[in-house]
Design a protein around this ligand. Structure first.
Ligand code: HEM
Ligand code: NAG
Ligand code: NAG
Ligand code: NAG
Length: 336
């Protein structure tokens, strides 16, 4: 009768609380703390310092571009973008980078970060102010632009993780033999849509792979067929020539056979012609939903670049440590 609040008022209150809760939790999820001018006061020239160090490294060794881009992807996927991938193994702890899935995380990506960090720390005001995680994010943006890709603004303010364990690698990195069905949830759980997944896979416009990542596609597809029918037959022959069954483990094959050093949308044109190197590449072209997106990116470079930038920005927010979490590592390869 004289209840303090009516049942409907009570329900409204609950709804309001739920709404507030979801806003709060959403906020911590999207990491509103990252922002573009994070170092405006502490190290105002950080972007140009990193860019010139990375540019110098790229001019010396062009594979720096692919190596750095892949490093960023692995870092963010394994336990958030916290530069844990850069830590080296110590004592009884085997770091992420020494897990077999790191194969071809070419040393030049690490080197680019170490050199850029040295350049930043060489400026007295900036010394020990800029995280390795942010340097990796900036260096990645810079190599994409240097290789001919789009230039984009990078959000900053990540702190470096203090843990890197080989045990955190399995299940966190996609494998080359995965089909869309297995790839999608790995990206979705990091807030990345199918469009993001496809645009990010466009990073395979750069760099190289070892033969073992696709040898089953050209030698032992299944009991009936030797060669994966989704591979263009001429391309399959070329791959068999470059990667004989007893190929030395050092042999590497370009992911984009046409323009392996240019960040362009050739990757998507390759998929249209059955020239995706991995199952995880060609699978993007096998179902209509994803094929439409591949076709869009193949025909419209601007559309690809826009989604790529959005996806990199989103990837760059995943699991970041801000505020009091983590640290600013003095040496990117070891915790303080
Ligand atoms: C979609 C799932 C993905 C799978 C299954 C995958 C798998 C692989 C594999 C197996 C290699 C070759 C490793 C070797 O040398 O043997 C490779 C290379 C590479 N990946 Fe991916 N990748 C994926 C997504 C990505 C993403 C999202 C990026 C970056 C945004 C990326 C960037 C690269 C680059 C640049 C290389 C060449 C590295 C080099 O030449 O040093 N990949 N990837
Ligand atoms: C290595 O293991 C020993 C004994 O279990 C432990 O005392 C030590 O702290 C460990 N070192 C590292 C770097 O984890
Ligand atoms: C290509 O994509 C961009 C960005 O989505 C769009 O603005 C433009 O109209 C597209 N161009 C064509 C020719 O469809
Ligand atoms: C660049 C790098 O750290 N590569 C390492 C990857 O992992 C293997 C072991 O699985 C090491 O031997 C490599 O040195």
């Amino acid at each position: 009768m004289d209840r303090l609040i009516s049942r409907s008022q009570f329900l409204h209150l609950i709804l309001l609380l739920l709404l507030l809760l979801s806003i709060v939790s959403n906020k911590s999820c999207i990491n509103a703390q990252l922002h573009r001018d994070f170092y405006r006061n502490s190290c105002p020239n950080v972007e140009s310092i990193v860019r010139s160090a990375v540019e110098q490294k790229y001019r010396q060794t062009i594979v720096t571009a692919a190596a750095t881009l892949r490093l960023f992807f692995h870092d963010c996927f394994i336990q958030g973008c916290d530069a844990s991938i850069i830590l080296r193994s110590s004592g009884n702890n085997t770091a992420e980078k020494d897990h077999p899935d790191n194969i071809s995380l070419a040393g030049d990506g690490y080197d680019a970060v170490i050199k850029a960090k040295a350049a930043v720390d060489n400026v007295p005001a900036c010394k020990n102010k800029v995280s390795c995680a942010d340097i990796l994010a900036m260096a990645t943006r810079d190599v994409v632009a240097l290789a001919g890709g789009p230039h984009y603004a990078v959000e900053l303010g990540r702190r470096d993780g203090r843990v890197s364990s080989q045990n955190s690698v399995p299940n966190n990195l996609p494998h080359s033999e995965f089909h869309l069905k297995k790839l999608l949830p790995m990206f979705a759980s990091r807030g990345l849509s199918i469009r993001h997944l496809i645009a990010l896979s466009g990073a395979h416009t750069l760099g190289f792979s070892h033969c073992n990542q696709f040898s089953s596609r050209i030698y032992s597809f299944n009991s009936k067929r030797k060669v994966d029918p989704t591979i263009d037959s001429i391309y399959a022959k070329e791959l068999q020539e470059m990667c004989p069954q007893n190929a030395s483990p050092g042999v590497v094959i370009p992911l984009d056979p046409d323009t392996p050093q240019v960040f362009d949308n050739m990757y998507f044109k390759n998929l249209q012609r059955g020239k995706g190197l991995f199952t995880s590449d060609q699978t993007l072209y096998t179902k209509r939903g994803s094929r439409n997106i591949v076709n869009l990116f193949a025909s419209n470079k601007t559309a690809f670049e826009r989604v790529f930038i959005a996806a990199m920005t989103k990837l760059g927010r995943f699991g970041v440590k801000t505020g009091n979490l983590g640290e600013i590592r003095k040496d990117c390869a070891v915790v303080n």
